[in-house]
Design a protein around this ligand. Sequence first.
Ligand code: MIG
Length: 731
Amino acid sequence: MERNGTGYTVRGSHGFLHILFYSEKIVRFAYSDSLKPPSSTDAVLAEPLEVEAGLDNSKLVTGLMTITVDEDSLAVKITGPGGAVLSEDVTVDTGKRRVEKKKLWELGIYGNGEKYSWINQLGSATFNYNSDVLFHHCIHNPLIPDMHTAIPFYIGAAPGCAYGIYFDNSYRTDFDFAKTDPGTISFQAEDGSLDYYFIYGPSVDDVVSSYGSLTGRPDLPRKCFLGYHQSRYSYETREEVLSIAENLRKHDIPCDVLYLDIAYMEGYKVFTVHPERFKDFKGLLEQLREMGFVVVVIVNPGVKVETGYRVYEEGLDRGYFVKTPQGETYQGEVWPKPAVYPDFLRSEVRKWWAGWHRELLDAGVEGIWNDMNEPADFTQEIGTLPGEMVHLDDHGNKRPHSEIHNLYAQLQTRATREGLEKYRPGQRPFVLTRAAFAGSQRYSALWTGDNASTWEHLEISIPMMLNLGLSGYAFTGADVGGYRGDCSGELLVRWTQVGALLPYFRNHSELGTARQEPWAYPSEILEITRDYIRLRYRLLTYYYNLMRESAQKGAPPIRPLFYHYQDDLRTYNINDQFLLGEGVMACPVIRPGMDRRLVYLPGGLWHDYWSGKAYRGGREIICEAPLEILPLFIKAGTILPHDSIEGAVNAGQTGRVLTMHCYAGKEGAYRLYLDDGSSFACRQDRYSEIEFTMDSDPLNPAINKTMIKENYPLPEINIKIHSLDEEKAVE
Ligand code: MIG
């Protein structure tokens, strides 16, 4: 092993291994056939650093880890503090771009982006190649591993120890988590390089945070996008959208965001608006804005092949579409029938695409929804472009679609975001995507695509979203009520209870299914649904603060229980409870006809949010949960801001009165952040921060308030103490 630039290189019998550090805890192992490491994908933002290390033959010793390399096979072994083995290769096959590692002490495997799986993926196998699954099968089915999104990153965890592995390869990758051989964890790529990062914990939180420093963190979203979104495939006319808006207000349902799905276009041509059905588009958006709504429209990558259509003709003239190996423009098919695909790999093409958003944004559109960006292609059996199609990069190099495929959506969202930044300057952009790759969290929120109105899909949406959060993706959600099929009233209520606590909260349904807006149901269903949409608005400032934590430190807003109780093995396989931040625990009902459920309370004291009763944790309890109750527990020591919105309207205006709910029984602290919720003024210090602390007195804790920064108008702030008095005696 020898020093090579900022890193180290080992020359083996079949090639070179480059070892590079990105922090004390992030080490890259990159195999190549020269003294140069392979180039990274677009996912990686960080640059290698000098980390102090001692070189001892084939051993590299840092303050934290010892890395030993077998000079012949280039197999790696990593030990951590105290000599514990953190990772150990069984075989490395650079030709196949395959590593087999010993399954060591891991009791849980988590992450892997968007997967139809239980939270713990130990014992399973998976692959990553973005797919418009619904085209062939019903997605979210345990037998169909295809998903819209590819994030080749997993976490291995056990009490006291955790690591992450990010495989930086955009081709199809396959992972086996001790499924085929209970003693082996392996990963492999179809092509490209064997280039991966080992991230040391020892806590899961450390791993997720480091992964964010490597691939980027999401920006703080506009506050209104944390509200409730109402959508359908499709609101087909301006009258229909207006009546949806009016119904939301009439029924007193808080809602901030409305969607226009593909029917708003003329003949599914992107960047057009249907001249009759959406006559006076600008006026419509204006009217909706006055009612407190922002509007998001869908923009798919497929460009209709049609003489005289500006986007097609200009792109064709400039050679901006993906080509065949023979150099012709590749033609596939999506909604507009014959379609061509912009080659977003080139910055010039992204800039051009960004420019096309101008008219929509000038008319008053405030967010863009990128669908079908796996990308979908109806002409191919595989549902997407053949791998040999050709992209051109900024240096004029040809790159096969099989390499760019998983990055395609990310490149589109990047272009979309550029458009929003350019034509809505001063406003934080909102982009929603269906397909994604590692790093996409920098550009867009993500929804998990075509689920169905079934209890199973409600159930699976929880581990799916938790694993996405562990994969660096903070702003995610599933279609509330389910997309395909008809949603029953009971399912809508239970799903809204979950959706109201997941980061991205949108009710959306497919063409031809039963109407899924809350007022399409009997009044009892409408009322409970509305109550939970209101609960979300009461928690809006809390949620906004959680998103800020993600933006700064990478911690996802929703967390599996083991995230904060890594030493408690009983939390390792809990799929139907989750934490919102550290102090709020949701225990939803996800089965029909159930009016109670088993709840695991981790160690500590917990307050029942609804009844005020308190419980000692470290055990299971049975909790009453009639249809109107989503069991919620607040950990003693939690200080939870509540917004005062009762009625509807524009989340941007919320937060005028905040009540800090202080849950007694343990000391606690909370730092409240406030800004205008929409612009970048916060980057110029236009924000306020207040630190609240509470002592451990169970009856009458003292609450202290310290102003950390006061550079944004403060709301009226009230304090409400939830004590542990005799009536509420701890059970
Ligand atoms: O295959 O634009 O997942 O949310 O409503 C249908 C119509 C295409 C798929 C998306 C869905 C959207 C629908 N789209």
